[in-house]
Design a binder for this molecule. Structure first.
Ligand code: HEM
Length: 366
């Protein structure tokens, strides 16, 4: 699966993602005009929903114009369901009626909805010469040596729903906290804007190559993921007996080990003055000095995030486009850094589950 996110594939998805980012910018400014502040958490959620819908399902979700779109409504049913049930559901998609019949009703409905969307799109693409620059096409085009499709339709449906499920709120969380960090660190935001402006004027537009040149934006994203990692813990199960080096702690086979990513990322041993937002912690020489496992926003090893390159790419497109058009500022109620967190949420979420900020159009700000 990982070749799906090669440079050439990401370049192919650039246009779709950029269109969704332009939509995001447009609706942020519109909302700002109407309300005087914008819930950026909600806006980024709509952007990632639209982008996954277009990149993984080949459909236009339009969640900015139609918050009750069938796609978004069915996705909401997934997100409102307990995680353990979802994981069974994702496995169950490829399985028979006896499993489907044990699922709660809303999940059966949404599973049917996503299965229909994917099946219809596969059928219509099979019957035409039309090929699209999205994940769905990549999954369809995975062929064996004889040129036969490797993945069955039900596997393609499971993969697409898995992408939606794990890819939607993780990237939205990264963007939400990045927006907060920029708004509360105007000097960092100004530097990002300068970098974006220069790259865009060199390349004429926010092209894929322009994006690759934005090394400061890259550091801002890395530092946001350090201070606010969307997945706060990782889990592994021991497959053989193991004694932790330098201790007499013995892990029998089958022990589930939880790794607190948030604690590692905020440990002063690795990151002095850890609550301070400082993108220069990710300068190449600073990165080299740290243990590789001191930074785990996408996990580590063979089960790490499958779509890390795609996630960083779509988040950068969104932020760069936003920074081209506007300056984010805190409202009177925005807490000073570090942002307080919701203790009950599964993924890292700001306390209050909203991120109201002020968006000032750049033309009027300068
Ligand atoms: C900023 C955004 C994201 C973050 C922080 C993130 C983080 C993670 C983490 C921590 C894991 C578990 C890794 C481990 O246990 O070592 C994971 C797994 C995974 N992620 Fe992401 N992710 C993000 C976006 C995405 C997106 C956009 C997609 C799909 C389009 C995606 C697809 C997956 C998949 C399929 C897995 C499971 C891999 C496996 O079990 O083999 N992720 N992600």
């Amino acid at each position: 699966m990982s070749p799906s996110f090669s440079t050439s594939k990401l370049k192919a998805m650039h246009q779709l993602t950029l269109e969704n980012a332009k939509n995001l910018t447009h609706y942020v400014l519109l909302d700002m005009e109407k309300k005087g502040e914008v819930d950026m958490k909600d806006m980024f959620g709509r952007f990632t929903m639209d982008n996954i819908a277009s990149c993984a399902f080949g459909v236009n979700c339009n969640s900015f114009t139609d918050p009750n779109s069938t796609f978004a409504t069915n996705a909401a049913k997934l997100f409102n369901t307990e995680r353990a049930v979802i994981m069974r559901f994702l496995k169950g998609l490829a399985l028979p009626e006896c499993i489907m019949s044990r699922l709660p009703d809303p999940l059966v409905e949404s599973s049917q909805f996503f299965a229909d969307v994917v099946t219809r799109t596969i059928r219509s693409r099979d019957n035409s010469t039309h090929s699209a620059p999205d994940f769905l096409q990549l999954l369809m085009d995975t062929k064996d040596k004889e040129g036969n499709r490797v993945l069955s339709t039900s596997s393609i449906i499971s993969q697409s729903v898995l992408f939606l499920f794990v890819g939607y709120d993780t990237t939205a969380s990264l963007l939400t906290f990045a927006g907060y960090c920029l708004a509360t660190h105007p000097e960092v935001q100004e530097r990002v804007q300068e970098e974006v402006d220069e790259a865009v004027s060199r390349h004429g537009d926010l092209t894929y190559t322009a994006l690759q040149e934005m090394s400061y934006l890259d550091r801002v994203m890395s530092e946001t993921l350090r201070l606010y990692p969307p997945a706060t813990r990782l889990e592994r199960e021991s497959t053989k007996e193991y004694t932790l080096p330098g201790t007499d702690v013995r892990l029998p086979i089958g022990t589930v080990v939880q790794i607190s990513v948030l604690s590692i990322h905020r440990d002063p041993e690795y990151y002095p003055d850890p609550l301070q937002f400082d993108p220069d912690r990710f300068l190449p020489e600073a990165k080299e000095r740290r243990h590789p496992c001191a930074y785990l926003p996408f996990g580590s090893g063979p089960r790490n995030c499958l779509a890390m390159r795609f996630a960083l790419f779509e988040a950068k497109v969104a932020l760069a486009e936003l920074m081209r058009q506007m300056t984010l500022k805190p409202t009177a109620c925005t807490p000073s850094p570090p942002m307080p967190l919701d203790k009950m949420a599964f993924l890292l979420t700001p306390a209050g589950r909203k991120m109201p900020l002020i968006a000032v159009p750049r033309s009027s700000a300068e």
